[in-house]
Write a protein that binds this ligand. Structure first.
Ligand code: 0A1
Ligand code: ZN
Length: 861
């Protein structure tokens, strides 16, 4: 693994590379354990490199020390301008003396894709060759300046005895046992891709708005052809949307997507050759749920949108990762909102933001959206960089308005096409078009932690004054926080329920600031932080009646939902802390939302959902209470039963009314199914699972099959159905992931670890496949009361499996170790058990740099 002493890289140390690259030619002779990679690269001194002395005569200089990254490569030969050279091995690569003038580098290396279990660089998955180069995987393919600010055009020849040979760009030549590809667009090495295998394609075509015809393909393993149509449509919709919304057209003759079973992340935006985790592209009604369809649509869009935000314009260095990721997430969110429902999408976004990013921002792994240092960049593909990064774009747009936002984007694309740039470059375009200084706004990129926004109200003589105070708690390495620019979208609702002041964006820039609304007849109720206009925690004095009032009358769907959520949380917290009975304000309010058929069923489902156990644990900590996971679990279960009782007269009708006809994975169908299945969850607590069992038998789609099974499992039933499910789907990897995951997710707290352990012995379990590993252990860590069971069994089990996985796949191990990030929330016994496991992981010989960094940071809490 990574034996070199871990080195910290700092943003402030950025220096351009000494050379630029004119062109790259690569030849791959594929072999499972001995692939040969030949490279021919034309380098020229970089005029922008500070220390590069002006080129005088080549004789005058001794040459320059020329460094290339390389890891796990066997060097066969190297030459400069045709003369053989012997490079020195140095940490992370090789070094050689090179001319301070243009020269040609040629090298040949040997690599072993079959034994590459880290799934980084060139590796094999089910007999297929594929690559993953972001962030720093290209250095496992050949010696190269593997950094995003070195952009070059690539010509790639792939030789191998396989029917399909793909790389980036346009096809140039194809013959017996070889294919040549040329990518005319300069790109950094992290966007390189190669795929070779026995694959079949689902073809498509798209004509761009300027009339260029583009060939589209989704490449899959034989047998999966029937699961590509939805992804293909999502791709075409994305291409059209980017033209309509951002004026961005596709720029090659061909766009290929490949589905791979073994993949560390969701998907990768390699130029013209996107590689997808098969779970993020393959879809059929029999095997995929509505949630899968929605996610697939969003990820296809995300990767496609990277073509402009990431590929044509890329990041100068990895500290700028949010430049491409925050922006591209924002773009895919807007796309999904346009395709489905903005209101529902926004609530879902906030749910994940709070569950993942707020959690991260509140613990030992907190870091700025643009970090200032890292040990292993793969550890920074985080909720903060992605989701908070997207929130920043949304705030920027809110502050400058839609028109200036679009103009700023146009200017950015025009000015920086073909460049590797920074957040400063991005913001400069908006400063220019909007004529405003964004210096304070920029703090969103550098200041970690979630701002707390306290609000108080004053009513006097027809004037409502809202006073806000912002504070951000300290985060690792940042004790002092400055006030940020916070757009607070606010509206006012009159006592009769009518909106008296429509949404206005209050722009807060000070630590404490007041805003007044004058000339009001009667005291209105303020609806604050509409559409979740900033990633902050709003704290306001508000009673349950006012919440119920806003839940009934607010015109802003996010705030309407938020009020129901606040009622639910308040109810649960007092059940946990004071053992009180649930408030009727909450139960009645939910009942009227459910019965209101003018509301979108998807919205009603979201309103019926209870805060997660993890969310409740954090709320208890915020209230100064040490969370007891079992108590949280019990209270939530109790409330589910009470809800079922309170709603029992409306449940059967809701179940019936929301039946859908033929399965269509659109917003309307999925909304109805989600409501129907949420209702089924409650019904199953009352009818011994009769309705759910009947649906399970009848279901002709995975949404209802998995949904009815989950309703049963959540009611402590479903053993027969689980068995039947396995028998039916044992040959379908992706569906079997659901089978593994569901049981662990719904296991009782005292059974979860035992079950996960048993499943890890199942013949179909393997830690070579990240999806399968996550299905079992991701589900275990998401089962809050199970993971934190007082026995500590789950902590031990997870640590055992992380230690074993680290030797194979550091990236996934490091990611999964994040499950421990909240450890200091809990009581002393649990903390001691977790600390012991973290220390045991850290003491593992040859632990990867990835996991070492993560565990060290977590332990430093
Ligand atoms: N850029 C991809 C995500 C990605 C990042 C790293 C990977 O391997 C370490 C793989 C994919 C995206 O945003 O979709
Ligand atoms: Zn991305």
């Amino acid at each position: 693994m990574n034996n070199a002493a871990p080195q910290t890289i700092f943003l402030k140390d950025y220096k351009p590379f000494d050379y630029t690259i004119d062109s790259v030619e690569l030849t791959f002779k594929l072999h499972p354990t001995a692939t040969r990679v030949r490279s021919k690269i034309v380098f020229s001194p970089n005029p922008k490199a500070p220390e590069s002395s002006p080129v005088t005569s080549p004789e005058a200089s001794e040459g320059k020390r020329f460094f290339l990254h390389g890891e796990e490569l066997r060097l066969i030969s190297a030459a400069i301008d045709g003369a053989s050279v012997t490079p020195r091995e140095v940490a992370g690569g090789i070094e050689v003396d090179a001319p301070d003038a243009p020269f040609v580098w040629e090298a040949e290396v040997e690599i072993s894709p079959e034994t590459n279990t880290a799934l980084e660089g060139l590796y094999m998955s089910n007999g297929m060759y594929c690559t993953q180069c972001e962030a720093e995987g290209f250095r496992k393919i050949t010696y190269y300046p593997d950094r995003p600010d070195v952009m070059a055009t690539f010509t790639v020849r792939v030789e191998g005895d396989l029917p399909v040979l793909l790389s980036n760009g346009n096809p140039v030549e194809r013959g017996e046992g070889f294919a040549v590809w040329h990518d005319p667009w300069p790109k950094p090495s992290y966007l390189f891709a190669l795929v070779a295998g026995d694959l079949v394609n689902h073809p498509g075509a798209f004509t761009t708005k300027s009339g260029k015809k583009v060939e589209l393909n989704i490449w899959v393993r034989p047998g999966d052809e029937g699961k590509c149509a939805f992804g293909m449509q999502a791709l075409k919709d994305s291409m059209k949307w980017d033209e309509d919304t951002y004026g961005r057209e596709y720029d090659l003759d061909i766009f290929n997507i490949v589905a791979v079973d073994d993949f560390n992340m969701g998907a990768m935006e390699n130029k013209g050759l996107n590689i997808f985790n098969s779970s993020c592209v393959l879809a059929s009604k029999e095997t995929s749920t509505d949630a899968n369809f929605e996610r697939i649509e969003g990820i296809i869009a995300h990767e496609y949108f990277h073509n402009w935000t990431g590929n044509r314009i890329t990041c100068r260095d990895w500290f700028q990762l949010c430049l491409k990721e925050g922006l591209t997430v924002y773009r895919d969110q807007m796309f999904s909102g346009d395709m489905r429902s903005h209101a529902v999408k926004r609530i879902e976004e906030v749910l994940t933001l709070r569950a993942r990013q707020f959690r991260e921002d509140n613990g030992p792994l907190a870091h700025p959206v643009r970090p200032e240092s890292f040990v292993e960049i793969n550890n920074f593909y985080t909720a903060t960089v992605y989701e908070k990064g997207a929130e920043i774009i949304g705030m920027l747009r809110r502050l400058i308005g839609d028109e200036a936002y679009r103009k700023g984007c146009d200017l950015y694309f025009e000015r920086h096409d073909g460049e590797a740039v920074t957040i400063e470059d991005w913001l400069a375009s908006f400063e220019e078009v909007a004529g405003r200084n964004l210096a304070q706004f920029k703090q969103w990129y550098s200041q970690a932690g979630t701002p707390r926004l306290k609000m108080s109200e004053n009513w006097e003589d027809g004037t409502l004054t809202l006073t806000f105070t912002q504070t951000t708690p300290p985060t690792p390495g940042q004790s002092e926080k400055k006030p940020q620019v916070i757009p607070i979208a606010t509206g006012l609702i009159g006592p009769n329920g009518d909106e008296v002041v429509p949404t206005t964006v209050l722009e807060m820039t000070e630590a404490t600031q007041s805003f007044t609304f004058e000339g009001l007849g009667a005291r209105p109720v303020a609806s604050v932080l509409r559409d979740f206009s900033a990633p902050v925690i709003l704290e306001r004095e508000i009673d349950n009646d006012t919440r119920a009032f806003l839940l009934a009358h607010d015109t802003d769907p996010f705030q309407k939902w938020e009020m129901g959520r606040a009622l639910a949380k308040d109810t649960l917290i007092s059940m946990i802390v004071k053992d009180t009975k649930p408030s009727f304000a909450y139960l009645d309010a939910i009942k009227s939302v459910l019965a209101d058929d003018t509301l979108d069923p998807a919205f009603r489902t979201l309103s019926l959902g209870l805060p997660s156990q993890d969310d409740l644990a954090q709320s208890l900590v915020d209230a100064g209470v040490v969370p007891d996971p079992q108590r949280i679990y019990d209270a939530r279960e109790k409330l589910r039963h009470l809800l079922a009782d309170h709603l029992h007269d409306v449940l059967p009708a809701l179940y019936k009314e929301n039946e859908t006809g033929a399965f269509v994975p659109d917003a309307e169908g999925s909304g109805k199914r989600s409501l129907r299945l949420a209702v089924l969850g409650l019904l199953s607590l009352q009818d011994s699972g009769v309705t759910a069992k009947a649906l399970y038998k009848r279901a002709d789609n995975m949404t209802e099959q998995a949904g009815s099974l989950q309703a049963l499992l959540a009611a402590g039933l479903g053993a027969d159905e689980l068995q039947a499910f396995e028998a039916q789907w044992k040959d379908d990897r992706l569906v079997m992931d659901k089978w593994f995951m569901m049981q662990v997710s719904f296991a009782a707290p005292d059974k979860a670890a035992e079950l996960a352990e048993a499943l890890s012995q199942h013949p179909a379990f393997t830690n070579r496949n990240p999806n399968r590993f996550r299905a079992v252990f991701g589900a275990l860590t998401a089962n809050h009361a199970g993971f934190h069971h007082a026995s500590g069994a789950a902590y031990r089990l997870l640590a055992d499996h992380l230690i074993a996985l680290d030797a194979l796949n550091p990236q996934t191990t490091a990611r999964m170790s994040g499950a421990f990030e909240t450890w200091t929330r809990y009581d002393a016994d649990r903390q001691a058990m977790i600390r012991a496991e973290l220390e045991r992981i850290l003491a593992t010989p040859n632990l990867s740099r990835d996991t070492t960094e993560m565990v060290t940071r977590i332990l430093s809490a």
